[in-house]
Design a protein around this ligand. Structure first.
Ligand code: ADP
Ligand code: MG
Length: 741
């Protein structure tokens, strides 16, 4: 004997609510087969809907057994019922349950998409079905603009698209006028030829002409079950093989849903824009604080503590070559290079009887901007000072400073130059920089100071007649002085050193100078060719002040340079924009250089570390608060989506697919909002529009920050979608629809 498609044997359904058991229907036994068009009637509350829900697998039963194609279902899990619904059941509802914001075509297409059909196949199939239900003219009309009868036709087309053997319609004509209702019933009867169609109706007369069987229910039981006419015999039930929605179609659908309801899209967009801007503002101010923090502090070793300065050395410990400097100066953010870096941290003094100006030096070529007082230098003895505006000399006494002839002395206190003049003052714009003043000097002064500083940072010993003598600059003993008239390889010494030599004659005796400093050791072998004493001092050396110079040893200038000015082993790079100094550090490291940002060498008060922790905590709290605000606002906006997702589930989408669609929808909106904000930033950056607040925000952010912020926004959006999806699927689809409609 042939198996029934659906068979119920003594099935009962109870409802438990508030401790009371209510009966949906009791001990129903019957069967349904393909080809039948069954009408179920009965008064309200008699159990019709409950019976349909159990047959549809939307609701469970408590007693008896329901068989599908002969298979028992009492052990079925949620997933089993989901698969059953997918393969067997299409529902048509009194309230249509269409996606109102979609067109007729899109509603039909939706089922085909969800069942994993290819795009090419979908189009023809959907159009054929729309034609079958007589809505060809309306295929591109939004469902919300259709009449009730037309809506129910769309629902039928959609049910047919699912290609299931069973169509279950709960009062499909309840909301329709009689003419439209008759049309729907006729349509269903035509479908029923190779399907099982079960219809619940209040109005039996309307369906009488078409149905093959009538079931009348009363108080949860079948009162009457009567064959009206012979049903067509259909041998085999053909079940469709369902695939899952393809990745591409899922993406398409998710994106369509983003824009589908314009007001919803705009609201979501506003929320995401708000989130993007809050995140950007907070992050940027965090960066700003960090930046400001980096610009104050002090250091005992470095005098020039400019935030733009990076100290560099070669990793192979050799001196810089011209090619090295060439490569460095070609880097993006490099402003200029101070080749002899020692000068920057070497204090010099400009003074006379009343004035005592203290500071480090830099080349006038590196002077930026304009002077606040006085003028720029016009000759090599003129100097511009960059100083703190609170300094007594550059404030009250500035006129006297500008009118005085000053002497320049180096670190050792030795005078380098007389007749120096300060002609201009520039006040430091960074009020937190309490460093020394900076004297901007000419090339010649810089060179002179450079030599003195190189000597200052080196230690020299003189090996003469088998003993070492420390070269002492303060008391002239073996103090090494360059002198052009001394031939290469020779040295002139004081006659006072004669007692070291055999027979007190030092002529042609060897003398070796050994110089060592942080960077290199140098050695120079010389021969004594002349000795000087008071009477021949002027003729031998060209100097007249024998008393103050006696003890010095004179060597050729080139020899001197080979000892002290062997090139630069340490230089400093100054950047144009210190906000992106880290990139420059990276570039420099790429050239095989050791780097030290002066910012990193500064000592800072310990309160800075505490402030940093507080700031980080505040930022984290803000992001969390932002997440919840956006979640709650989005929840309200997305409430309208409940019905949509419940509808999707009713027509065959599982939770997994719905969740992915929701994630795509929200990520897409977040992406668009962030892109819009980026577009705004770019137009500001290109000065197409001017919003100073926006420009200020951007100064502290790099491309990496923008990418990071974008990812954070997408991640928050993802979390919101996950949380919302979880809530969405707590309730069954049928319940959601009943509550919302
Ligand atoms: P019909 O569709 O014939 O109007 P229903 O199937 O909706 O009737 O209801 C059958 C019986 O089950 C009624 O007594 C109704 O009160 C009860 N019932 C239906 N749904 C629920 C529910 N969710 N909770 C409790 N009782 C319910
Ligand atoms: Mg009902």
């Amino acid at each position: 004997m042939k198996k029934a498609l659906i068979k119920l044997s003594n099935v009962s359904k109870f409802y438990y609510s508030k401790g009371v058991i209510a009966s949906g229907f009791t001990k129903i036994s019957t069967e349904f087969n393909i080809g039948e068009f069954v009408a179920i009637t009965g008064e309200s509350g008699s159990g019709k809907s409950t019976l349909l829900n159990v047959i549809s697998g939307l609701d469970t039963y408590e007693e008896g057994e329901m068989y599908i194609n002969g298979e028992e279902t009492s052990h079925y899990t949620d997933l089993d019922f989901e698969n059953y619904r997918r393969k067997y059941i299409s529902n048509i509802f009194q309230s249509f349950n269409l996606v109102n914001s979609y067109t007729v075509y899109q509603n039909v297409e939706l089922v085909l998409l969800l069942n994993g059909n290819s795009k090419r196949k979908i189009k023809q199939k959907a159009l054929d079905l729309i034609d079958t239900v007589g809505l060809k003219k309306f295929k591109n009309t939004k469902v919300s603009k259709l009449s009730g009868g037309q809506k129910q036709r769309v629902a039928i087309a959609r049910a047919l698209a699912k290609e299931t053997p069973i169509i279950i319609a709960d009062e499909p004509t309840g909301n329709l006028d009689s003419k439209a209702a008759t049309g729907i019933i006729k349509l269903l009867s035509e479908i029923a030829k190779d399907k099982l169609v079960i219809v619940v109706t209040h109005n039996y007369e309307q369906v009488e002409e078409y149905v093959t069987r009538k079931i009348k229910m009363h108080d949860g039981r079948i009162l009457e079950d009567k064959e009206i006419k012979k049903a067509d015999q259909v041998e085999e039930v053909e079940l469709n093989d369902f695939k899952n929605i393809t990745f591409f179609n899922r993406l398409r659908l998710g994106i369509r849903n983003t824009f589908n309801i314009i007001p919803k899209f705009l609201l979501v967009l506003i929320i995401y824009l708000f989130m993007s801007i809050s995140l950007l503002t907070e992050y940027s101010s965090l960066k700003r604080e960090e930046y400001l923090e980096g610009t104050y502090g002090s250091n005992y070793y470095f005098t020039n503590i400019s935030k733009d300065r990076i100290i560099i050395k070669k990793n192979d410990k050799t001196a810089f070559t011209d090619e090295d400097y060439e490569k460095i100066s070609k880097l993006d953010n490099v402003d200029y290079i101070v080749k002899n870096d020692l000068l920057l941290d070497n204090s010099v003094t400009l003074y006379d009887d009343q004035i005592w100006l203290y500071g480090s030096t830099n080349n006038i070529k590196n002077f930026k901007g304009e002077v606040d007082y006085g003028r720029l230098p016009e000759n090599e003895n003129e100097v511009v000072v960059e100083a703190n505006s609170g300094d007594y000399y550059y404030d009250e006494l500035r006129d006297q400073v500008l009118s005085s002839d000053l002497k320049l002395s180096d670190t050792t206190g030795r005078d380098i130059k007389k007749g120096m003049k300060v002609v201009g003052i520039k006040y430091k714009d960074n009020a937190t920089d309490y460093g020394e003043g900076i004297f901007y000097v000419s090339d010649n002064i810089e060179a002179a100071l450079g030599k003195s500083v190189n000597k200052y940072f080196s230690f020299a010993k003189v090996l003469f007649e088998n003993s070492y003598h420390d070269s002492n600059d303060y008391i002239n003993e073996f103090m090494i002085v360059p002198l052009d008239r001394v031939p290469k390889g020779q040295v002139y010494i004081s006659d006072d050193y004669s007692f070291y030599c055999p027979r007190e004659n030092c002529k042609n005796r060897p003398l070796t100078i050994e110089v060592s400093n942080k960077y290199y050791d140098a050695k120079l072998n010389l021969t004594v060719t002349k000795t000087y004493y008071k009477n021949n001092f002027a003729t031998v050396t060209g100097f007249s002040d024998y008393e103050s110079r006696n003890g010095q040893i004179y060597i050729n200038t080139n020899d001197y340079n080979s000892l002290y000015n062997k090139g630069n082993y340490q230089s400093s790079v100054f950047v144009k924009d210190d906000k992106i100094i880290d990139q420059t550090v990276k570039d420099l490291k790429g050239l095989d250089l050791y780097t030290l940002k002066i910012k990193d060498a500064l000592l800072r008060p310990s309160s800075v570390a505490i402030l940093r922790i507080i700031r980080t905590v505040v930022t984290i709290i803000l992001v969390v608060v932002l997440f919840f605000i956006s979640y709650f606002v989005l929840k309200i906006i997305l409430k309208s989506r409940n019905v949509y997702f419940a509808t999707l589930r009713m027509i065959g989408a599982n939770k997994h697919v719905c969740k992915k669609l929701l994630i795509i929808e929200l990520l897409n909106a977040a992406f668009i909002a962030y892109s819009l904000m980026m577009a705004l930033l770019i137009t500001c950056k290109l000065n197409i529009i001017k919003i100073s607040f926006v420009n200020e925000l951007m100064t502290f952010l790099t491309l990496r920050d923008y990418i990071l912020l974008g990812l954070i926004l997408l991640f928050i959006s993802f979390l919101v979608a996950m949380k919302f999806a979880k809530k969405l699927f707590k309730e069954s689809a049928i319940k959601t629809i009943h509550e919302e409609v």
